[in-house]
Design a protein around this ligand. Structure first.
Ligand SMILES: [Zn+2]
Length: 270
């Protein structure tokens, strides 16, 4: 698809347009893309900010929470005045103010089995910026069944991780077949997180999403990236497709209806 850029766009995206790896064609691809970001919190804020700035044409922002003052230490798209506003709305207002080329669709909902197909429909890339295991596994599974690339990110105190799950590569369950039991892993609300940490990881997710859209570079397919902010180290650990994976392996399930996402993301084979 060719999309002609107007004078304002040629100016706005000039630093992309002069690069061989993007150029007017790549910018056209970004402007014609639809990206779904699940979560408008710590990881979602930088991901949404950059995806809007670079001109992703359609951004769907999904979040069911409202902005709290304790979010503002790291969730940089929300402002003090937004406290009490739904995060999806606050994020959409940010995007509209930053880049009128982006059509932003706020979805004030928690992703679950009943709405996930509709939410990810027609997405070119899904960015998992959620903060809980049921959502993480649900997105892995539905994106696998629908053939949509998914960019995963997670944070814990001053450590982060990211990987990119492409339809033909290993999936998140090849790495971790099931979520830990509820209550065995602390979440951000109880453990704390260094304010800048999600900025780094969310930017990595936005970078991966852009590369997928542009079809440039090597994404973190089959590689899990670990970032330690205290040691300032990045390490990548390779992983493979698990032939016994309950979702992408042979004999795995082929629908999210066979999986229980509320308790432990376990797969029911009865
Ligand atoms: Zn798998």
């Amino acid at each position: 698809m060719t999309l002609s850029l107007d004078a304002t766009q040629l100016d706005r995206y000039s630093r992309h347009i002069i690069m061989d790896e993007v150029g007017p064609e790549g910018q056209g691809r970004l402007l014609s893309a639809r990206v779904v970001v699940v979560g408008a919190g710590g990881l979602g804020a930088p991901a949404i900010q950059y995806l809007a700035a670079v001109g992703v044409g359609e951004l769907v922002v999904v979040d069911d929470d409202a902005v709290e003052r304790s979010n503002l230490q790291r969730q940089v798209i929300h402002r003090d005045d937004d406290v009490g506003t739904p995060k999806a709305e606050s994020a959409a207002a940010f995007v509209r103010g930053l880049n009128p080329d982006v059509s932003v669709e706020p979805v004030e909902a928690r992703v679950d089995k009943s709405n996930v197909h509709e939410i990810v429909a027609d997405a070119d890339v899904v960015v998992d910026a959620s903060d809980n295991f049921p959502t993480r596994y649900l997105l892995n599974d539905v994106c696998r069944f629908e053939g949509i690339p998914l960019v995963h990110g997670a944070i814990y105190k001053f450590e982060g991780q990211a990987t990119t799950l492409v339809p033909e590569g290993p999936c998140y369950r090849c790495l971790f077949p099931e979520a830990p039991e509820p209550g065995t892993v602390p979440d951000c609300a109880t453990t704390g997180v260094l304010g800048v940490l999600p900025g780094t990881v969310g930017c990595i997710q936005a970078t991966e999403a852009m590369k997928l859209l542009l079809d440039e570079g090597e994404v973190l397919d089959g590689r899990l990236l670990f970032y330690d902010a205290m040691d300032m180290t990045f390490e990548t650990v390779p992983y493979r497709k698990n032939p016994d994976c309950p979702v992408c392996g042979e004999g795995g399930v082929d629908s999210i209806e066979d999986i229980d996402y509320v308790e432990s993301c376990a797969i029911s084979l009865d």
